[in-house]
Design a protein around this ligand. Structure first.
Ligand code: FE2
Length: 183
């Protein structure tokens, strides 16, 4: 997938693919992890898993910025995503960024959600127009208890996020990449 200056390479972990990858199979069939995913998602169905490699700045600098790197919410409902990072995540390859507290349906968030719903359809940003509202820095501070926090983490860290909350793919150096099991 090409979005802005970033190429995201994903391999769908369909059952026949998982059969060929014993290490991946061991992770995805781990009973404790499956319980955790079901608990966090509030749903018995397990998430759709991929191997994901994000290639930052792999297109020329004249291309638009990667839209995932702008603060946004994925949708209007609680949604679980996870990344099991297969390498260290640093400022170079782009840490996940989250606005603490923005995942809670507090008065300010619901008011913002409602106001956005009235004008998003005609919004200049096409991602906002399609329902994944982009969020300004000023709005982010209003919707959370603090500003955006980056998660610089070691390889083999499991990060689970409610992407109803305000988040982004952090800025990264052109030419860097980030490999993870993603669902
Ligand atoms: Fe997102």
């Amino acid at each position: 997938m090409r979005r802005g200056d970033t190429n995201t390479h994903r391999i769908l972990l369909a059952p026949e693919v998982i059969e060929q990858l014993p290490a991946v199979k061991a992770v995805l069939e781990d009973a404790a992890l499956k319980r955790l995913f079901r608990y966090c998602a509030g749903h018995a169905r397990l998430p759709i898993c991929h191997i994901e490699n994000v290639h930052n700045g792999s297109r020329d600098s004249l291309t638009e910025r990667d839209p995932q790197k702008n603060l946004h919410v994925d949708t209007f409902q609680p949604t679980m995503k996870f990344w099991l990072y297969l390498e260290d995540v640093t400022d170079e390859n782009g840490p996940f960024v989250f606005v603490p507290g923005s995942n809670r349906p507090h008065r300010e968030r619901l008011k913002w959600e409602y106001q956005m719903s009235l004008r998003a359809r005609e919004h200049a940003d096409r991602y906002t127009a399609r329902g994944s509202f982009r969020v300004s820095q000023e709005e982010a501070e209003r919707l959370g208890v603090s500003g955006p926090q980056p998660f610089r983490v070691k390889a083999n860290t499991l990060l689970i996020a409610n992407t109803f909350g305000v988040h982004a793919r952090g800025n990264a150096e052109p030419g860097s990449s980030r490999l993870a099991l993603w669902a």
